[in-house]
Design a binder for this molecule. Structure first.
Ligand code: TXA
Ligand code: MG
Length: 353
């Protein structure tokens, strides 16, 4: 299959603001050009094709959520097990009623507060949504992404868009267009090559069909944030370091975040962690292993989230055999969310110093 790569890098909130609020001719021309390409991609979605597109969390691989054949094609392109449910993306909150019949005040409150943004809500699904899209579940995960390219694409397609992360199954989630091009060229119809994902880790997934609501996958928006908005308890996800607790979001059971290299997480005070990393690096280099180091500044959670997947890919590309990673403090919500991915990538190998 030939993949069409359409450059929409110019389509940012900043360019949109300059075009719409300030009417700058250059920005207006850039937006027009990008809209033309997004329109082309939307037409591909309407015909049952596959389109990869940027979002603020990670890139998604989209198809018409109501078209079972199109949804099946996503699994094929990703090489993904077909029991894995997909998140359905919408362009405005009012589209929720196309996906669920049970809208509660809590759901509406969270949509008001956090959309567009990195929050996926699990809701009981309408019958019309094919089993292919939801992995046979009676529920559907819904999100309204905070990305102008994504929103325009979904709006112009005129349908909710099912989209898992746009990586090959088993490789790190893509946060840059080049990651998607590397993984999916020749496997999808269109790649909308837009800006890098500003957040860098996937959305928080919260199950709204249980009482109290339960976070199934941690992200930038924490269980505490949700609980404050709702004025009632929201159950947090399991600790990032525990392998035993069975994940309830089916996708969490696969080794999604694994680099090709072996990875070890080192946890402890900054000084001890740095010393242990140096020691292990030397030891491993002496036996001819190529060692990569992943260390973030203390409390630099935003950068850690932004760079995490990209660093994994870079290390794989440069032929690293062993990644030594400094743990982040999991008492911070975003730190906890990054640690969740880091522990998975490391297959739960951890050294405490
Ligand atoms: O940020 C994101 O959420 C990105 C962008 C593209 O929106 N998408 C993403 O999709 O991360 P994916 O397929 O890689 O991860 C979806 C997660 C999986 O862990 C899946 O099991 C869970 O959400 N999920 C989806 N629908 C579900 C459902 N009905 N019930 C329980 N978990 C569900
Ligand atoms: Mg994924």
């Amino acid at each position: 299959m030939e993949t069409k790569i359409l450059d929409v890098r110019e389509m940012t909130e900043e360019t949109l603001r300059r075009a719409q609020a300030l009417c700058e001719p250059e920005a207006m021309a850039a937006v027009d050009a990008a809209m033309e390409k997004i329109r082309e991609a939307a037409a591909v979605l309407r015909q049952g094709g596959l389109v990869a597109f940027p979002t603020e969390t990670v890139y998604g691989l989209g198809a018409d959520a109501f078209n079972a054949d199109a949804a099946a094609r996503i699994y094929e392109a990703k090489g993904r097990p077909s029991d894995n449910p997909m998140i359905v993306h919408i362009a405005r909150a009012s589209d929720l009623s196309r996906l669920t019949t049970k809208l509660t005040p809590d759901i509406v409150r969270l949509a008001d507060e956090y959309w567009p943004g990195p929050l996926t809500m699990i809701l009981s699904k309408r019958e019309e949504i094919p089993a292919r899209t939801t992995g046979g579940l009676s529920t559907v995960g819904v999100r309204l992404p905070d990305s102008p390219v994504a929103i325009e694409l979904i709006r112009l397609a005129g349908m909710p868009v099912a989209a898992p992360s746009a990586n090959l199954s088993g490789s790190p989630s893509p946060t840059k267009a080049e990651h998607v091009i590397a993984d999916l060229s020749g496997r999808v119809d269109v790649i909308l090559a837009g800006p890098d994902s500003s957040i860098g880790i996937e959305s928080t997934v919260v199950d709204m069909t249980v009482d109290p609501p339960q976070v199934l996958r941690p992200g930038v928006i924490t269980a505490d944030d949700l609980s404050q908005t709702l004025g009632r308890p929201v159950a947090a996800d399991i600790a990032p370091a525990s392998e035993s607790a069975a994940p309830r979001a089916p996708g969490m059971k696969y080794r999604h975040y694994a680099p090709k290299a072996e990875m070890i997480v080192i946890e402890g005070s900054q000084t001890l962690v740095r010393a242990e990393i140096s020691r292990l690096k030397l030891l491993n280099e002496q036996i001819g292993r190529h060692v990569g180091i992943m260390l973030f500044e203390e409390r630099a959670y935003t950068e850690a989230a932004h760079d995490f997947y990209s660093m994994l890919r870079d290390m794989d590309e440069s032929g690293v055999d062993l990644i030594l990673a400094g743990a982040l403090a999991a008492d911070d919500g975003l730190g906890f969310a990054v640690m969740n991915r880091m522990m998975k990538a490391a297959g739960y190998q951890i050294v405490r110093v």
